[in-house]
Design a protein around this ligand. Structure first.
Ligand code: GDP
Ligand code: MG
Length: 454
């Protein structure tokens, strides 16, 4: 077993030998003097204890002294927007406070423990996240409802308008994701009226019965999950594509699980129905076994039998997507402070950093100053999916934007800020936080290295 001497560990942890001996005594570990040796396992426990102590002191010292703060319960899964409403605060203000606290999150982000803490701090309340399944008494429920209704009444009504659904196609490899996207783009893209040519900007906008649908161009669940891992939920509806000649395969199940975890409605496209060996009923049975019961069998999952190759029933699939969108009442505040998510980004030799974003709230305009998680910039130009120069972008729609100082990462969120100084300050804060985290990591790594060597 590896050992470390007390004085060495004290030096590493930057504390006095005496204090370390006391800590060890508390932990019930026998150590007589600074020359004694202890197991490295124990050293690690000491290190963790100290770190936790420090973090706890750092975060909670103020709360501890202030008593009788209002405790506000929020449902697990509540968005920042929802919490702002409950608090009776303007969403922009809440988002701004979060930026100041080092959280770059859009109003549509789900409030987790960290964010709840930050909001609580900013508005001098305690936000308690209530698990959805948790037993909440009727009385408590009523109390929450009354409170939120009261707060809601104090807030001016928002102009919520319908927005197009944002759709991701997922499914097993070779089941027809790309073929379907290509077919939809070729036949339904608004390019026809605009006289434009579809340009690859990471997302396409198609029109069906003069209603828009936005398709994310990167099919598959990697993009979907990596965005979600960053806390960005962009997709409103998942098309789960299953080839009728192949049936449910491992990636079908994976995609299904991701969509379920994200609580995104699923429309099933049973593809390759033109093939002689297509067995759509077998696919339905396999999906039913996974809990997706087709409507025709009394379930609530819409399944459309299509051929992405010939285009058979693709119109019906689009129809169903619009139906699901309508049932889910997808709306956005077109007049809110613009915010959204990066779909993809790269460095272009001529244009500099180029990012395709999707606007989630508000209307993004040329000239706006945008703050991302790792960079900022003034929007110099915006290009739509048809390659046209545009002046503004409304919710759900994608645009390629130029004018950023650095290339952001896919999944990064952005908000519009008032001035360059605000953006610069926030980025400086972010960089400082990152630097500290890196230093901590290095310190921890060197400690671990030391343990390794002994
Ligand atoms: P992806 O890996 O899911 O993107 O699948 P692809 O779109 O690349 O399709 C894989 C193969 O299946 C290609 O050779 C397509 O031409 C073919 N394919 C896709 N959809 C259909 C269909 O509806 N009918 C037939 N017969 N072939 C299809
Ligand atoms: Mg493909």
């Amino acid at each position: 077993k590896r050992k470390i001497r007390i004085y060495e560990l004290a030096k590493m942890l930057n504390i006095e030998n005496k204090n370390l001996l006391e800590i060890l005594q508390d932990l019930g570990v026998e150590a007589k003097s600074h020359m004694s040796s202890i197991d490295t396992d124990i050293a690690q426990i000491v290190e963790e204890t100290l770190r936790e102590d420090k973090e706890a002191k750092h975060g909670d010292s103020k709360e501890a002294t202030v008593t009788a703060k209002e405790v506000i319960r929020i449902d697990e899964g509540s968005t920042i927007e929802r919490v702002a409403k409950i608090l009776g605060k303007p969403v922009n203000l809440v988002v701004k406070e979060l930026i100041t606290a080092g959280f770059m999150v859009p109003a549509s982000a789900i409030v987790n423990d960290e964010i709840a803490k930050a909001i609580g701090k900013a508005f001098n309340v305690v936000l308690s996240i209530v698990p959805v399944e948790a037993e909440v008494s009727d009385e408590e429920k009523k109390e929450v409802a009354i409170q939120s209704e009261r707060k809601r009444q104090q807030e001016p009504p928002k102009k919520l308008l319908p927005r197009p659904p944002i759709v991701t196609v997922m499914g097993h490899v070779d089941h027809g994701k790309t073929t379907l996207l290509d077919y939809i783009r070729k036949t339904n893209v608004t390019a026809k009226e605009a006289g434009g040519i579809t340009q690859h900007i990471g997302a396409s906008v198609v029109e069906h019965n003069s209603k828009k649908i936005v398709f994310l161009d990167t099919p598959g669940h990697e993009a979907f999950t990596s965005m979600r891992a960053r806390g960005a939920q962009v997709t409103d509806i998942v098309i789960l594509i299953v080839a009728a000649d192949d049936g449910v395969m491992p990636q079908t199940v994976e995609a299904l699980n991701h969509a379920k975890a994200a609580n995104v409605p699923i429309v099933v496209a049973i593809n390759k129905i033109d093939k002689p060996n297509a067995k759509p009923d077998r696919v339905k049975q396999q999906l039913a076994d996974l809990g997706l019961i087709p409507e025709e069998w009394g379930g609530d999952t819409i399944m459309v039998e299509i051929s992405a190759k010939t285009g058979l029933n693709v119109d019906e699939l689009l129809e169903m997507i619009l139906l699901v969108a309508e049932m889910n009442e997808l709306v956005a505040d077109y007049e809110a402070n613009p915010e959204g998510v990066v779909i993809e980004a790269q460095l272009d030799k001529g244009k500099g950093p180029v990012a395709t974003v999707i606007v989630q709230q508000g209307t993004l305009r040329r000239g706006d100053i945008l703050l991302f998680e790792t960079t900022w910039g003034r929007v110099r130009a915006m290009i739509d999916h048809l390659g046209r120069n545009i002046k503004e972008v409304t919710p759900s729609l994608p645009a390629e934007i130029l004018g950023l100082n650095e290339v952001p990462q896919a999944g990064e969120r952005f908000v519009r800020v008032e001035d360059e100084k605000e953006a610069r300050d926030a980025i400086d804060k972010y960089l400082e936080k990152k630097r500290q985290q890196e230093m901590q990591a290095v310190k921890r790594a060197s400690l671990e290295e030391l343990f390794e060597q002994m």
